[in-house]
Design a protein. Structure first.
Length: 411
């Protein structure tokens, strides 16, 4: 058997493994109910520390990160934890970097050092931190299958990786943190859109806010994009230019929906002239988005599959990779502004799923850090046949970069 035949068998075998893997996700995940829990939800939030008053001071000197959450908290245990259920209201607080060896809390949950704060105190603390950082703030929205522990860990890593000196906020919505709960996560994400857009509106209107670096991962993009559009439409005087740097990592978003309804509004002529831009990180080795692609039937923004076989054939005839991307807005080209940039990390994908290259692959980590810090053309990018699409240069032959050290930086 020739090399081509062997490669074909390998691709078939790989697809078969992921098809088998996907079956319980697509079948069991669709019918498995969400359990209510052992106690009435009101009991979890009854203690005072779940609902601090405006006069209750919070010592957050050892908790440098901010969080906003619509998750149901459990304030009955020694260590407050955030559950996978929907909460009774949006809560605000501060947290410290969790560690894998952290003590357990409740039913085997890994603890994150956190404290709730009254919303007035929280916004005042945030404003103070932003003043010291020229009004810059980083806002991270996690994706599917995340717990508060995992999203807190990622928020802390993003801050270290980018050396971001302003305040960092994670918005934590009630993801189930479970492989077989994708439909539930999707449902909860849509349920939480009203909460998130109200928060984003308030952040954009805060007097001290000068620049919001808005980062979403995976399913979180479907929470972020319509909320930005909502702020654009409803902010007084139509000035929402503080939401300037939007980064979508492995976005689980319908590509055609993004092109038709979202990009034209969020990346309108006026927004782009005011320096708004979107950077998308995509990979054809993203197995999580491959499953989402199969589940939804149409390509995802972060998974550049060619839906049109004739377009794929045309690319192949031109000796180009058979990958199809969201198109760059025409009006942005007319004013000589790069509104949309897509980074294809297929060649340097790492990890079991290829879904988190921005925290696992050294070239992607370096590019991501540069984009967060406002760079438009970081070193290491390679041009493609599309002006708005780039690949990242793999390490030189024989080189073995320490991906872990580069992506995690020193804790």
């Amino acid at each position: 058997m020739g090399i081509a035949g062997i490669q074909l068998l390998q691709r078939v075998a790989s697809k078969a493994r992921w098809t088998i893997f996907a079956l319980p996700w697509l079948i069991t995940g669709c019918v498995t109910p969400v359990e209510y829990g052992k106690l009435p939800h009101a009991a979890y939030v009854a203690p005072e520390r779940c609902n601090p008053a405006a006069t209750t001071p919070v010592d957050w000197s050892d908790k440098p990160f901010f969080f906003v959450t619509s998750r149901l908290p459990d304030c009955l245990t020694d260590d407050i934890s955030l559950l996978h259920h929907r909460g009774d209201k949006v809560r605000y607080g501060h947290f410290a970097t969790p560690r894998d060896g952290e003590q357990k809390s409740g039913e085997g949950r890994r603890a994150v050092p956190l404290a709730f704060s009254h919303s007035q105190l929280w916004w005042a603390n945030l404003a103070d931190r932003m003043k010291a950082a020229n009004g810059r703030v980083l806002l991270y929205v996690h994706g599917y299958r995340e717990t508060f522990f995992s999203s807190s860990r990622d928020t802390a890593q993003i801050t270290r990786l980018t050396n971001f000196t302003g305040p960092a906020i994670q918005y934590s919505w009630p993801s189930q943190g479970a492989l077989l709960k994708y439909p539930v996560d999707e449902t909860n994400m849509y349920w939480d859109e009203r909460n998130f857009r109200k928060f984003l509106m308030q952040l954009a209107q805060l007097e001290t806010t000068k620049e919001i670096v808005l980062i979403s991962h995976s399913l979180g993009a479907r929470l972020v994009l319509p909320s930005v559009e909502y702020v654009d439409r409803n902010v007084p005087n139509g000035d929402s230019s503080v939401i300037s740097n939007i980064i979508l990592v492995s976005p689980d978003v319908d590509t055609q929906d993004f092109e038709r309804d979202i990009a034209e509004e969020i990346l309108s002529d006026r927004r782009v002239r005011n320096d708004r831009r979107i950077t998308v990180y995509a990979s054809l080795h993203d197995r999580a988005l491959s499953l989402s692609d199969n589940y939804h039937g149409y390509p995802r923004l972060g998974y550049p599959r060619c839906f049109d076989p004739f377009e794929a054939a045309d690319l192949k005839a031109k000796n180009l990779p058979e990958r199809c991307y969201a198109k760059h807005p025409k009006y942005a080209e007319a004013i000589n502004k790069t509104a949309l940039t897509i980074i294809d990390s297929t060649a340097i994908s790492r990890g079991t799923s290829g879904h988190s290259n921005y925290l696992l692959s050294a070239p992607v980590c370096n590019d991501f850090a540069a984009v967060v810090n406002g760079e438009r053309s970081p070193a290491g990018r390679q041009a493609t046949h599309l002006a708005h699409v780039f690949t990242l240069a793999p390490p030189p032959k024989g080189a073995k970069p320490d991906h872990l050290a580069i992506c995690r930086r020193k804790e």
